[in-house]
Design a protein around this ligand. Structure first.
Ligand SMILES: [Zn+2]
Length: 489
C-alpha cells in the first residue's frame, strides 16, 4: 500500500512572523498539507512535527527519524511545504537528505509541485536549483565524484544500468558489482567472435535480430549498440569511469569478464583499423543546432570555423547570399546571454501575475474534472437502473441493449475528456520560478560548458532564435546591425 507522511518545520521567517502575532505556523501548514493529501487521495501514516528549529540535521530529531524511515522504504512520498524545509544550511546535510530521497525513491510533494526522484528532470532540478545553492551543489558533486573514483578503483561497478549480459548485485554493503546473466552472456561472446571473424557491427545487429534475440530496451539491435558492446571493457572484467579532470579510469573489476582481456584488445585493434576518421566540424561544434534559424529563409544557421580559431554563424542558402551577413559566434553568444538576462528580469516582474493566472487555470481544470467525474457517476447509476428495468420487465432485452450501448458510448466520450483534461495538466509550462532557475543556470554555466552541454542548455530554455543581419562590419562602423528574435520556452 502506498503511504505518505508529512514533515512540518518552521523556518526562521515563520518564527519571526509568529512573534508578530501571525498565528501558529505548524498548525496552518498541517492543515494545508492535509488538504493537499485529501485532494490527491494520499494516505498519511505519520506527521513529523519539528518543534526545535535547529538548522542542522543533528539538531532536528524528527528529521533524523524521518530520514531513517524513508531509508527503510516506509513511505511513497513526503509532503512538505517547500523543499527548503527539508534541509537548509549545511552542505553535508543537504547531500544526506538528497541521497536518502534518491536512493529510497521517495517522492517529495509540495503544494506547488511533486518531485519524483525517478524522473531525471526532477532530480536535476531538485539538486541544482532549489535545494542547494550552486556553489554547494558543486562541492557536493566534487565530493561525490571523489567517492565514485574511489569506488571504481576498488573494482565496483557504479553505472546506473548494468550492461546487457549482466545484472547488478550488492554482495556486501558498499559493494556494487555485476553478475553474469548466462543466456545473455552467450550472445555477447558471439558478438565478439563474429566481429573478429570479419563481420561488421551492422551485420552482427542483423544476425541477432534474425535470431530473434531481443535487446533490453529497444525493439531491435542497432549497429550503434553493437559498437558500444565491442568497446565496453566491462565485458573483459574491467570497470571504467570517465572524469573531466583525470580522464578515464580503468581498473580491474570485482565482476567476472564474459570475454578475455586478450580478445577484447584484439577487437580494439581491429576497430582502430576500421574506424572512420572522427568527424569534426559543424554539427558537433555547432551548439546552436536546432536553435538558431535564418530570419530571411527560415533554415538553420551553420557554423563555420575561421582561420583565427574562432567561428562564424552564417546562412548558406543561395537565396540569402548577399542578403544575410554572418556574425561571429562570440557576438551571437553575447546577444543570446543578454536576452536571457533580460528575460529573467521580465519574468521576475511578471512572476506574481503569472502565478495568479496559472492558479486560475488549474482551478478551471479542477472544476472541469469534477464535472466530468460527476457525469460519469450519474452514468453509472443510470446503468444500474437499466438492469432493474430489465429485471422488472419494464424494458425488453432489445431496449435494454440499445440503452446500454448508448450509455457505454457516452461513458467512453467522458473518459476521453477526462484523459484530455489530465494531459492538459501535465503539459503545463514551467512556472516562472522554474524558468528563472533554468535561465540562471544557463547564465552561470554557459561559459564553461562544452558544445554538447551548451546545446542542451539552450534547447531547454529557448524554442527558437531568428537571426538577421544585413550589413557587414567594417572599420568605420561601430555597431553591428545583428538582430536576434529569441522565443523562450
Ligand atoms: Zn537564410
Amino acid at each position: 500500500m502506498e503511504t505518505y507522511c508529512i514533515y512540518l518545520r518552521k523556518s526562521r521567517a515563520d518564527a519571526e512572523a509568529e512573534a508578530r502575532g501571525e498565528g501558529e505556523t505548524l498548525a496552518r501548514h498541517e492543515h494545508t498539507l492535509l488538504e493537499l493529501a485529501k485532494r490527491q487521495r494520499l494516505t498519511i501514516a505519520h506527521i513529523y512535527r519539528e518543534i526545535v528549529s535547529g538548522d542542522s540535521i543533528a539538531a532536528r530529531p524528527q528529521m533524523q527519524q524521518m530520514l531513517q524511515d524513508i531509508t527503510d522504504g516506509k513511505y511513497t512520498g513526503v509532503l512538505v511545504m517547500e523543499i527548503e524545509r527539508l534541509a537548509r544550511g549545511d552542505t553535508i546535510d543537504q547531500g544526506v537528505v538528497a541521497q536518502a530521497f534518491r536512493e529510497s525513491e521517495t517522492k517529495i510533494i509540495t503544494p506547488v509541485k511533486t518531485y519524483d526522484p525517478n524522473n531525471e528532470f526532477d532530480e536535476e532540478y531538485f539538486e541544482f536549483s532549489l535545494f542547494m545553492s550552486r556553489r554547494e551543489y558543486k562541492t557536493i558533486k566534487r565530493r561525490m565524484q571523489a567517492g565514485r573514483i574511489a569506488a571504481v578503483k576498488e573494482g565496483n561497478y557504479i553505472g546506473t544500468n548494468p550492461p546487457y549480459g549482466y545484472r547488478k548485485i550488492h554482495p556486501q554493503p558498499k559493494v556494487n558489482t555485476l553478475e553474469i546473466v548466462p543466456e545473455e552472456a552467450e550472445y555477447i561472446r558471439c558478438v565478439f567472435e563474429w566481429y573478429l571473424s570479419g563481420m561488421g557491427a551492422r551485420a552482427i545487429a542483423a544476425r541477432l535480430n534474425q535470431l530473434q534475440v531481443s535487446p533490453r530496451k529497444s525493439a531491435a539491435w542497432e549497429p550503434i549498440s553493437i559498437r558500444k558492446i565491442l568497446g565496453n571493457p566491462t565485458y573483459a572484467g574491467k570497470v571504467e569511469w570517465h572524469t573531466k579532470k583525470d580522464g578515464t579510469i580503468l581498473a580491474d573489476g570485482l565482476h567476472p569478464g564474459i570475454v578475455s582481456w586478450e580478445q577484447f584488445q584484439q577487437v580494439q585493434e581491429r576497430r582502430k583499423q576500421k574506424a572512420p576518421p572522427v568527424p569534426t566540424g559543424y554539427t558537433t561544434q555547432n551548439y546552436y543546432h536546432n536553435v538558431l534559424y535564418c530570419a530571411n529563409c527560415g533554415h538553420q544557421m551553420k557554423r563555420r570555423p575561421t582561420a583565427d580559431g574562432g567561428a562564424h554563424m552564417l546562412c548558406r542558402r543561395n537565396e540569402c547570399r548577399g542578403k544575410v551577413v554572418s556574425a561571429s559566434v562570440t557576438k551571437v553568444d553575447e546577444a543570446v546571454l543578454e536576452s536571457i538576462r533580460y528575460r529573467i528580469q521580465e519574468l521576475e516582474l511578471r512572476k506574481d501575475k503569472m502565478e495568479q493566472t496559472s492558479k486560475a487555470e488549474s482551478e478551471t481544470r479542477e472544476k472541469q474534472r469534477a464535472r466530468i467525474e460527476k457525469a460519469l457517476e450519474k452514468l453509472h447509476r443510470q446503468k444500474e437502473k437499466l438492469h432493474t428495468l430489465l429485471e422488472t420487465d419494464v424494458y425488453s432485452v432489445e431496449t435494454f441493449l440499445e440503452r446500454s450501448k448508448a450509455l457505454e458510448k457516452q461513458k467512453a466520450e467522458l473518459e476521453a475528456q477526462l484523459q484530455a483534461c489530465s494531459a492538459d495538466a501535465s503539459a503545463e509550462a514551467l512556472s516562472p520560478e522554474q524558468a528563472i532557475l533554468w535561465l540562471q543556470y544557463v547564465l552561470d554555466h554557459f561559459e564553461t560548458a562544452d558544445a554538447e552541454q551548451k546545446n542542451k542548455m539552450l534547447c531547454r530554455v529557448i524554442r527558437r532564435i531568428e537571426y538577421s543581419k544585413t550589413e557587414r562590419m567594417c572599420c568605420n562602423k561601430r555597431h553591428s546591425d545583428m538582430q536576434l528574435h529569441v522565443v523562450f520556452l
